[in-house]
Design a protein. Structure first.
Length: 201
């Protein structure tokens, strides 16, 4: 009976392309001169990365289901490795962890690599890699949602929202017309308008 359950479980893992090895998932972090922050999860079961983004009848619903078929590692010690220094914390009951620390030196603008690891009694040290973004000096900051701000999601219409979730994916969902150019202009921080005013003088 026990062997049958194990075989059924392995069949389900294979069907949904689930990874049964522990994984440290490090999300993109951010920081400045005052503090650096990074968060993540430790999983004992997690989906493998998607290889194909073609719109097929069952592929998108299965991919959506896979996102919820995870198991986390609660109350395990994780260590952050940053520029020769180590910081340690413990995951929460849902496997979530967070680090906040102060950089020992002034960091240049851009992306910086960071690693987080934990020691598994069977697999040894498991390490996940992520990045921390240090923004440049600016008096303007833009914080934006994605659904119905950048991508068409139909958040106020349940039927249409479910249709988008089940038939589209990250590569095929449609952005609003002109939104790409809009964000490009925001990223330039008003430099175009300044340049136009200078040329007009």
């Amino acid at each position: 009976m026990i062997n049958g359950i194990k075989k059924l479980r392995q069949w389900a893992y294979s069907l949904f392309r689930l990874n049964t090895m522990p994984v440290v998932k490090v999300y993109h972090g951010f920081g400045d001169d005052e503090a650096l922050k990074v968060h993540g999860h430790v999983f004992s079961v997690s989906p493998f990365g998607r290889k194909s983004f073609k719109n097929k009848v069952l592929r998108n619903p299965l991919a959506l289901i896979r996102l919820f078929m995870v198991k986390t590692k609660p109350r395990v010690e994780v260590t952050l490795h940053w520029m020769g220094q180590n910081y340690t914390t413990t995951t929460e009951d849902d496997g979530f962890f967070g680090f906040e620390w102060k950089a020992s030196q002034l960091l240049p603008t851009g992306w910086h690599d960071v690693a987080v690891s934990f020691v598994h009694r069977r697999w040894g040290q498991i390490t996940g890699h992520g990045k921390i973004f240090i923004p440049g000096d600016s008096s303007i900051a833009f914080i934006s949602d994605i659904d119905d701000t950048f991508l068409i999601s139909h958040s106020s219409n349940l039927r249409k929202r479910l249709y988008v979730l089940l038939t589209s994916n990250a590569r095929t969902r449609k952005p609003f017309e002109g939104v790409v150019r809009h964000y490009q202009l925001l990223a330039q921080g008003g430099e175009i308008d300044v340049d136009r005013r200078q040329r007009a003088q």
